[in-house]
Write a protein that binds this ligand. Structure first.
Ligand SMILES: C[S@@+](CC[C@H](N)C(=O)[O-])C[C@H]1O[C@@H](n2cnc3c(N)ncnc32)[C@H](O)[C@@H]1O
Length: 225
């Protein structure tokens, strides 16, 4: 049975130059829906979406987890945070929003994020972003200028049972994204889809279980440091 897409107000999204849910947004939602049993089995308590835009993805995840989770969302665009709050209200859920770069200033979340979501500005561009609209897509020369700042910090941000879903474009160099991540995580392609000229991917990064001794092989949360 498919999970319902959250309600959102297009008028508010368009009026404030906030990223309108598009193929990449819905591919991320589809990947989460595909994995929802596995995600639920991780018993997540904290979900963080970086670059929440309209808030549709955060809202979907909160609802898919039955509301039994703390949802936090960041964005550099203050209007995105307003629209995210509106989307949350419209769907009768709660999301805590913070205007910040990636998760700057939220060091208290380090090691606690069970589900991390990021649909970054991934389009290769000559210039770095300077307006709210450019922030939604402009990824610098490789399309990875924002992502490359986040990726090295993902293992410290995630909890031991954490999982990270990332939207990427074929031209972002998928093989290198799958290879050049920390050896504390495993990486895989969760979904891919051609949408017009874009070839979109959802990459999934999962924290590896700690294998310290024979008694502690499959219970990462119970393992001592
Ligand atoms: C492609 S849109 C995705 C929006 C929404 N998550 C979705 O899937 O529809 C990228 C979002 O990231 C935000 N963003 C860009 N750079 C950011 C940064 N350094 N820190 C936080 N948010 C950022 C943009 O303002 C925009 O809302």
């Amino acid at each position: 049975m498919s999970l319902p897409t959250p309600q959102y107000r297009l008028q508010a999204i368009r009026a404030h130059d906030v990223y309108e849910p598009a193929e990449d947004t819905f591919l991320l939602i589809d990947a989460i829906e595909k994995d929802i049993k596995e995600i639920r089995s991780r018993e997540p308590q904290l979900v963080l979406e970086i670059g929440c835009g309209s808030g549709v993805v955060s809202t979907f995840v909160n609802q898919a987890l039955g509301g039994n989770v703390t949802s936090m969302a960041t964005d550099l665009n203050p209007h995105a945070l307003d629209v995210t709050l509106e989307t949350a209200k419209l769907n009768d859920i709660k999301i805590d929003v913070v205007r910040t770069d990636l998760f700057a200033g939220l060091e208290n979340l380090v090691g606690k994020v069970d589900v991390l979501l990021f649909n970054p500005p991934y389009v290769p561009t000559e210039e770095e972003p300077s307006t709210n609209i450019e922030l939604t897509y402009a990824g610098g020369r490789t399309g990875r200028s924002t992502l490359d700042r986040l990726l090295p910090r993902v293992p410290e941000l995630l909890s031991p049972r954490g999982v990270f879903y990332l939207v990427a474009l074929h031209s972002n160099d998928i093989p290198s994204l799958l290879k050049e991540h920390s050896d504390r995580m495993t990486a895989s392609v969760s979904m891919e889809r051609r949408c017009g000229i874009e070839h979109l991917y959802i990459l999934k990064f999962v924290m590896k279980e700690k294998k310290l001794n024979n008694d502690c092989i499959t219970a990462p949360l119970a393992c001592p440091e």
